[in-house]
Design a protein around this ligand. Structure first.
Ligand code: BGC
Length: 415
């Protein structure tokens, strides 16, 4: 008889967001960059992303420069109670969100009571509803006074002071902490110039990713553990499943290189400074010597090839290499018409069950994202939300796939 395919009791089903992408009303390095780049992004979009043409609504938004300004975003700053109510209605048990450094320390060394009060109220609202908060201290945005961002190593000391403030004020109520989000993806802004600071410099990339962010994570970890050693600390790592095209020997070489570099290079440096793995999973890559050979179908609205069940392989690989408990802190797709989302979630659930059956200590899953939000350099057009957000008035509407997810959550397994 095959073993019972089920999730552990107390499995933390949930959802995730980040401050800049949902709160609205922020003044940080990204909001400045958006203003300078919105026009360019709207004009260059068709050269970079021809698949926009397949959906008229996406197309129309993508060529509009307003799409690239975060502005009021999903107005979660004012509507967080409504958002927590939705989490509760769906039966979710965890919520990952990030604190915007610019709200907490708008000027160097000056900590804002109002900024802190917002996050305290959010945490309080979550706890009142029995939803476990997962805090991320830094999801890519800086207060504007940190002028050189990651290129000035003083940022490590600034981060230490900021994280101390956070943990001293929120440490009693929040058990799960994330220092930084996806160092590898974020620093593409230094290697490929996609994002602030818009650099294309391999030396900068190696310095900020291989040294500055490593140090930021380590000091953040130490500060949080010094405050209370029982707090659980990690950072979010985006791993993909990489396989060689047609399993050919020559394709295995670039696959190994990509796999090591993207998935493990950073993790290996900080593995002694983490209590769990915080996995963000989106992609499977079929790799060949001449580039990526992903199948053309099915793809999400972002043009990303979708094979959600591949999450099982990523989880097993992480277990084999590090043997730590794992939470999935992001996973999802851009799907305006909600055509694939329920399927994606079902397949992901099967992938997670395969991993659990193989002995992976998986403790939670947070769908990205709770809300339609501001997708960085793509702006608002990609719709990742379990909840649709009306761009005109920020009203919420729960999507069909969210109710589908909710059934899985309430059953704690396949429905
Ligand atoms: C980031 C999110 C982003 C998501 C979808 C992750 O890399 O952490 O901020 O919205 O991917 O692209």
């Amino acid at each position: 008889m095959s073993p019972k395919r089920e999730f552990p009791t107390n499995f933390l089903w949930g959802s995730a967001t980040s401050s800049h992408q949902v709160e609205g009303g922020l003044k940080n390095n990204w909001s400045l960059w958006e203003k300078e780049n919105a026009k360019r992004l709207s004009e260059s979009v068709l050269n970079n992303r021809p698949w926009f043409l397949t959906n008229e609504k996406n197309y129309n938004e993508a060529i509009d420069s307003n799409n690239y300004i975060s502005g009021i975003a999903a107005d979660s700053y004012n509507r967080y109670k409504e958002d927590v109510k939705i989490l509760k209605e769906l039966g979710l048990k965890s919520y990952r969100f990030s604190v915007d450094w610019s709200r907490i320390e708008p000027e160097e060394g000056v900590f804002s009571k109002e900024g802190l009060a917002y996050y305290k109220s959010l945490v309080e609202e979550l706890k009142k509803n029995d939803i476990e908060p997962f805090i991320t201290c830094w999801h890519w945005t800086f207060p504007v006074w940190i002028e050189k961002e990651l290129e000035d190593e003083r940022v490590v000391e600034y981060f230490e002071r900021y994280v101390s403030f956070l943990v001293e004020n929120l440490g009693e109520d929040v058990k799960h902490w994330g220092t930084i989000n996806e160092p590898m993806s974020m620093t593409l802004g230094y290697l490929l110039g996609l994002w602030p600071p818009g650099k294309k410099n391999i030396f900068s990339f190696f310095k900020v990713c291989g040294k500055v962010l490593v140090d930021m994570h380590k000091v953040g970890y130490r500060v949080i553990k010094d405050y209370d050693s029982s707090l659980q600390v990690s950072f979010a790592q985006n791993n993909s499943l990489n396989v060689a095209y047609r399993d050919r020997f020559l394709n295995k070489i670039p696959t190994k290189i990509l796999d090591y570099f993207w998935n493990y290079w950073f993790l290996d440096k900080v593995v002694d400074y983490m209590d769990y793995i915080s996995l963000n999973f989106y992609m499977k890559n079929v790799v060949s010597l001449t580039g990526r050979k992903n199948p053309k179908e099915p793809v999400s609205d972002m043009g990303w090839y979708m094979e959600p069940r591949a999450i099982g392989g990523v989880l097993k690989n992480l277990r084999d290499r590090y043997d730590l408990p794992i939470y999935i802190t992001e996973n999802g797709l851009a799907d305006r018409e909600d055509k694939y989302r329920s399927w994606w979630i079902d397949e992901t659930v099967l992938g997670m069950l395969d991993a659990i059956e193989a002995g992976v200590d998986l403790r939670g899953y947070m769908y990205w994202s709770l809300l339609d939000n501001f997708e960085w350099a793509e702006g608002f057009w990609p719709r990742f939300g379990l909840v649709e957000v009306n761009r005109e008035n920020q009203d919420r509407r729960i999507r069909g796939s969210a109710y589908h997810y909710s059934k899985i959550v309430k059953k704690n397994g396949i429905i």
